[in-house]
Design a protein around this ligand. Sequence first.
Ligand code: SAM
Length: 211
Amino acid sequence: MSRLNIKKSEKIITDDPRVAFFNRHAGSWDDDGPAIDSNLRRLEELRGMMGLRSGMDLLEVGCGTGQITPWLCSTVAPGRVAAVDFSEVMLAAARPKGIDADFRLLDICDERPIGEFDVALCFHSFPHFRDQAGALTNIVAALKPGGMLIVMHLAGSKAINAFHSGVGGAVGGDLLPEKHHWPDLLAGAGLKLDKLIDRDDLFVLRAASSS
Ligand SMILES: C[S@@+](CC[C@H](N)C(=O)[O-])C[C@H]1O[C@@H](n2cnc3c(N)ncnc32)[C@H](O)[C@@H]1O
């Protein structure tokens, strides 16, 4: 099995205030254990619908402290998982957990992850990308032809957007795009919408790379 070759960023160079926001919250990110367990149970139920299979190489974008990364690793094994995030404090919390994934510091709005992936997953992260079109372009550049993007939240877009507005500050304006904006946003990056579920307890978008 080949190791995925992900470019190592020495340092994140951005004035995005979200870096400081997520660095600040990283220390307490894993405090709610029961919520993590229930998220993992729901992901297991949704695995078939997500289209994840053994042998896929997977890019996790905005992995945080790696809460779902072990589940991703076991789901795609012997495929490999590369997990990227632009918060060095989130990654510093993830790395000692002994998860068999390649963790990398990377700003998805600025940099293309080097590698060829069957699937890229943005779990609870997409609204925070300050340049969503740029992030999609960088993700697609790292997908194999016909590779798949999944954007996923274990709540609907209405609740997610309201939650971020309530938190305010650096993430107060971080929204999932409205349904009618997705096709153009995806097409701009060479992706074609395959599935969009947006109900009270779930948001799942799947799109395939056309290149
Ligand atoms: C709400 S947290 C979710 C973390 C993790 N997926 C989870 O479910 O626990 C969003 C994550 O996206 C990361 N993020 C936001 N913008 C990013 C960017 N431009 N490039 C890489 N990571 C980013 C943040 O640092 C943060 O760890």
